[in-house]
Design a protein around this ligand. Structure first.
Ligand code: BGC
Length: 256
């Protein structure tokens, strides 16, 4: 293979509350170069148990190089500082060190929504966009990524805004809330609309991208949103955003 045809590939792993998924990612195209491998998140999802699953994913691909790994919590300098929807033993855990030790490979950890944001900037709906972009992921919780002129501002946690009152946004309008309360779209959409209006009031974004599993049904909610001054679109990268964004971050960090 010549230098020109050699693909730059990094392993991306997306750690979630129910599943841990990974695949090698082609950094030029954003495509997965092998079918993604998924293992149920162990319960309880302690750092040690999750480390073993991450190791199994690495072994599945016989992977030897750098790894990017998402985590659904605040991740600051490799330390997980919150645990809203995961085992509480992750609070203040040296996640990056634990997972690097488990795999024996160079590994970087970042917030899952930040990873989705990076993937959208490089390959998706935020590509080439200037101004303020906010990615909101609607899943078990609500994750967020703030991107200013293509630059990610990490750990924004807009799902934890106090909203509408006496609660936080992710307990009001996450995809899990829709499911748990069995809300029809006509009952759920006003909640999401009110939350997006609140985001608008606070941040005046130019573009908001909705990610998470729910974005596959974008036609059910995007056309229903009102009183928004910004452009609202569904994420381009659906299930794979975390894996791709994690690989991008690792490539940047380890200079792949
Ligand atoms: C966490 C965030 C995470 C989001 C989506 C929230 O509960 O605090 O860090 O990005 O869930 O997983």
């Amino acid at each position: 293979m010549t230098a020109q045809t050699q693909a730059r590939i990094v392993l991306g792993i997306d750690i979630g509350g129910t599943g841990i998924k990974g695949a090698p990612v082609n950094l030029q195209t954003g495509e997965l170069v092998a079918e993604r491998h998924r293992i149920d998140t162990p319960q309880p999802a302690t750092p040690e148990a999750v480390g073993q699953v991450v190791k199994q994913i690495v072994e599945h691909f016989n992977w030897q190089g750098p790894i990017g790994c998402t985590f659904p919590a605040i991740v600051h300098n490799g330390v997980t500082l919150s645990a809203a929807n995961v085992d509480k033993s992750w609070v203040n855990a040296p996640a990056q060190q634990i997972l690097a030790d488990a795999t024996g490979l160079p590994l970087i950890v970042l917030n899952d929504a930040d990873a989705a944001g990076l993937a959208e900037v490089v390959f998706g709906a935020a590509k080439g966009r200037s101004g303020k972009t906010i990615v909101i992921t609607l899943g078990t919780g609500i994750g967020s990524a703030l991107i200013v002129d293509g630059q990610l501002i990490t750990n924004t946690e807009f799902g934890h805004l106090i909203f509408p009152k006496d609660t936080i946004a992710e307990k009001y309008c996450s995809a899990k809330v829709k499911e748990d309360l069995d809300l029809k779209w006509k009952d759920y959409n006003p909640r999401l609309n009110a939350y997006l209006e609140h985001i608008q009031l606070l941040f005046s974004p130019d573009l908001v991208i909705i990610g998470g599993g729910i974005s596959k049904k974008a036609d059910k909610f995007i056309p229903e949103m009102q009183n928004l001054r910004f452009e609202l679109v569904a994420a381009t990268l659906k299930n794979e955003a975390g894996i791709v964004g994690a690989a991008l971050e690792a490539a940047k960090h380890f200079k792949v």
